[in-house]
Structure formats: structure tokens, C-alpha cells
Design a protein around this ligand. Sequence first.
Ligand code: SF4
Length: 491
Amino acid sequence: MARRITRKLSAAPLEPEGPAQLKLSFSTDNPLGENLRRGEFSVLVEVNAPPREQPFEPAVAVAERMAREIRDVPWATGMAVTDRLRSEDCYDAASLVGLLATASGKPVLMHLSGKGSDKARVQEMLARGLSAGARSLLAVTGDRSDKHPAPHGLARNPPHPVGYFDSVETLHTAAASGHGFLLGAGVNPFKYNVADQCLQRYKMVRKLATGAQFLVTHAGWDMKKLQELQWFLQMRQVDVPVIARVALLSGDQIRALQDDVFPGVFLSRTFASVLQRESEINDTQSLAAQLQRLGLQVAGCRLLGYSGVQVVGVRDERTLAMVLKRIDEALAAFTSYPEWVAAWTEHHMSMEFSPLAGVYYGFPNLLTPQHQFYEAGATVVSRALPLPSRGDRRRSTALRLCLSRVAPEFVKKAGVGVLARGWTARRDRLAYTFHLSPEACPKRLVFGACGGAGADGTCEFGGARCFFHRVLAIAARRGRLDRLEQGLTGD
Ligand code: SF4
């Protein structure tokens, strides 16, 4: 397998502010970590922890057979197991780790979701995962819970009964646990407006500064967006392994396609109709077309500088065998970037993958044969960040003053009650949102946006723009965008 392509480049302006350079390194005896460190292209197969409605053994039988399928494929790196992906009523990811590791003889990347979680659950999952043999962890905040209704028309969503433990806090907890996990963080490169893209990047840097050692992307098909993320990391001189999630869709998912597949996973209408046309003939034809595209995507990811792929949506061992065969063929067939770009472009003609017209790409020359890497001096396509409203500016300043060290307790209490709309969690966390009330975020996050906002920046729960657009606007106005990147330290 080809080695990971990395290249050190000189500093260039962060979009839209100047960068704080970040250099990362890790050493580990963990097999996935070793693979990433050696620069070998990793291929992971993702399975979902099944719902609890079935007894455990039948529920995990397919995943176990898929694990056996990769045992004798030397270049298949391992498995990944999601946690509470569709529902909270799933078996925990930790319950599958030992079984998958034994059946595959390979490492298992354990996802750990903050959905319906608190610190106690995270600590318990870390301990259980460790004793089951997990050595690598992907911290995710989690998409909207099925236990978290968003009544239509309510301007203010009620909180989840337990809450969402932000992936930043999971990373912080895992790093402090001393268990020695190789820590991964999620990033969604498929953001189509400047505010969402900046928010994803700031939070990504925050996660790295909190202890993440590698990144895993959301799934998507827009290769320009995957190249854009690589160029951004090269521009910032962040040498961190990134695994791209690439997806197969089922016939049912294709037939039900709308603007997004899952929160934060987007399709253009044109691409959706291509998928639907392919599936009209039959599911076999649809799968063949998807496998063709998936092989091209995987080969492209390697040439764009990704350290590996995590294949999502494989439903049985027979499909897995076809997926592995196709990946093997595509990696052998495409070893030159210009050839790959030509093949990708020819395969899709001039099809747009972006879900909206006139969307934001941060760099020119993406997916052109002449430009494989970010080049020092390349112009960053920059657009203005949102401006804060007068009300937000006033609220932010007033609450900051109320919570200043010299303010008496009754002032602090009244300030939080009125200006933070009764925020009951730690007051010091309000500094992360520039003293805007996180009660406006249905997940009550403070460390940055989740990846679930719509392509136009609408909150995953609908209704309004993502709360963090407002935080970003205040940070930009005060010239303190750097604070959106600061890692979580202390208790
Ligand atoms: S406000 Fe933003 S961070 Fe909060 S749930 Fe909505 S999209 Fe996610």
C-alpha cells in the first residue's frame, strides 16, 4: 500500500485570521496508531452497535461475520464500531469491541458518543473499552437523540433529559484517564457556508489542542471538500493523520433521499437523482454503481493525503467482500493524482456535489490536475464572517461584567438568571461562548458547534441558525477568534 503523503509547507494566513501553528506527534504501540505513524494507508470497516431490542448474539452475528471476512485480508486494517448512532437504545460500542477484535484479529476503533451521556458514562465506557481490548477511541458529541424532542414552533428547545457530553470533554476525560488511548476526533469538512466552515475548523483545532491525535471526517461525496480540508491542514502545518469516512447507501436510504442523508451528511439534488436512477433498475445495479464510485473515492482520498478510509454502510459479509475487492483494485489502478482527477471528473461529468448553489469553497483550483497540494502563497478565498447583533453585543458584555471576579455573588446569580436564561451548569463555561447563553443551543454545547447544522447553517433541530454563528460573530468582532481554538485544560 502507498504511504501517506505529507508535506511541510510554510505558514500562510488562516482564513480569515492569522494562524497559531500547531505541530502534533504521537507514539503508540497500538496497531492502528502504528499504521498511522508509519504512514500506511488504513482501511477500516465500520459497523453499528445494534439496537437492544434483539438479544445480543443474534444482533451482532452479521458484524461478527464481517469481522471474520477481514481477518485474512492483510491490508484491511481493522474495524470501527459506532456508539448510539441512530438511537440511544443500542448496545454500547464497548460491548462489541472484544468480539470484533477476536473475530478479525485486528484493532477496533471504538466510537464514544456524548449523546445522552455524562462524565460517569464516558469514564465507564473508557474502562470497559480498555478491558475489552480497545486502544483507539473516536470521541463524538452525537447527533440529535431520539429521546430529545424538538416541538415544532418552540423557539427554545427543552434540554435532553441527560444531555450531550461534548466530544471536547470526552477527549479531555480520556486524556486525563491515563488509559493511553489513541484519541481521535471528528470533523465535518462538508460545510458550505463560511461561518459553519470556520466553526468546524476552530473546533477541530480545539480538539487537537485538547488531546486528539488523529481526525475522522463525516461521510460525504464532495471530493473538493475533502481536498479543501487537507489544504487547510497543510496551510496550518498541522501534520495529523485524517481518516475519511466513505459511505454506501442502502436501496431504502436512496429511495428516501432528500437534502441530507443524516444530519451534516449532504447531497446535491443532481447527485441524489443519479443515485435514484441507478437504484431504479435494481439494488444490485445500484450497489455496482456505488462500488465503482467508492473505489474511486478511496483512491482519491489516498492521493489527497488522507491516512485512510472508514467504510460506512456495509450491511453483510458478501457486500464487504465486494467492497474490499473494489478498494484493492482502485488503489492499484490509481497512483497518480492527475490520472485520478481525470477519472473522477470523467466518471461524474460536470456533476455538482454541493447541496446549494453558490456555496463556499475555501481555495481556488480544487480538483485540478495541476494542484495536488496546498501551495504557499495560494490565495485563500475569504468571505466576511457574520456580524453580531446589537442585542448580542450588549448581552455578552453585560454578562461578562456580571461574572467578573470582583462582582458580588448576588450580581453573578442575577446575571446568569437573566442573561444566560437560567444556565445551571458551570458558570466558568460561559466564557467559551463569549457569555452568550448556551441555552440557545438545543444540545447546550459550549465548546463549539456540532457537525449537524444544515448546509445553509440552520441548526440540526431546525428553526434558527446554529447558535455558534452568534458566538463566532462576537469572537470576530472582538478580534478573539483564537479563543475558539483553545484546548480544554484544568478540571
Ligand atoms: S445550535 Fe448548532 S451546535 Fe447546537 S445543536 Fe444546533 S447545530 Fe448543533
